[in-house]
Design a binder for this molecule. Sequence first.
Ligand code: IPM
Ligand code: MG
Length: 362
Amino acid sequence: MSQTYRITLLPGDGIGPEIMAVTVDILKLVGEQQGIQFEFTEALLGGAAIDATGEPLPQATLSQCQASDAVMLAAIGGYKWDNLPRSQRPETGLLGLRAGLKLFANLRPATILPQLIDASSLKREVVEGVDLMVVRELTGGIYFGEPKGVFETESGEQRGVNTMAYNLSEIDRIGRVAFETARKRGKKLCSVDKANVLEVSQLWRDRMNELAKEYSDVELSHLYVDNAAMQLVRDPKQFDTIVTGNLFGDILSDIAAMLTGSIGMLPSASLGADGPGLFEPVHGSAPDIAGQDKANPMAQVLSAAMMLRYGLDQPQAASKLEKAVGQVLDQGYRTGDTMSEGMKLVGCQAMGAALKDALKAG
Ligand code: IPM
Ligand code: MG
């Protein structure tokens, strides 16, 4: 029996529409091959939404996302909207979407593909075989804590305030996702915090230790965030699954991404307790190359694979997409971001065509 999934597409800004178009094409093909039907509808988010409606996350977009089986986002933002007041910035739309869909768990894998080892800025022996997963808390911490704002002190000076706060239940639910994730991977979980300085981190650490008793098959360790940043660059292979809060996860996931050579290769999944997940590349909207057919669509395609695996429970179709990416890299096709000597430089659309060929052949 064939199944129809309602997918909301948020192409967003910059290179977003280009990589989304290529990915939707590929999803249609894999759907045909696997007997999966998709009903795609587009909605506005970010700069595109600001231009059309004045707000980065129109209510219509949120409602449409809430009513779908999964949401696929490309990228948002660009110079054009950088100087708007915070409430009207593209990033505010993305944060509102994460909160509106209650997507508290953000999975960001960083896997070194053997074909791209030389694209990494680190030595081959340091990065070869890296396969780690950052589980980032996404709807709490300093991104959302109250009080926040710019206030005036008694002496009339301006004072900017954000608050890093976690309720125990928020720590608990992200901890459980992380232990479950580690259990399905290498059974090693490293919790990253700043418990030597921050009370919120001590609560975090204590709860992770409590949870470890329930997941005795997973080995739990702890690192302070500054040390974790150093260890990620010094010896990334020591890590399997990392769990951390919103801000630390934002920073560490960019470091982890760069180990792999190109942020243009990395997907992510954001999941809630129930309801649709959000699947998006880790990279941004790259306004400098937008509209030039230069973007690497692979992170978007791999995000579609995460959607199939984690959002729609279609692991076979997910594996097909991942395999096609490997094959196309084996064939030597590269976009500018991963280009190296002897490889074939192609644009976004040609990369999409190569991926489709690989799917048809596979
Ligand atoms: C990310 C981005 C976002 C974040 C921005 C665009 C709001 O950096 O997804 O990592 O900080 O979460
Ligand atoms: Mg970030």
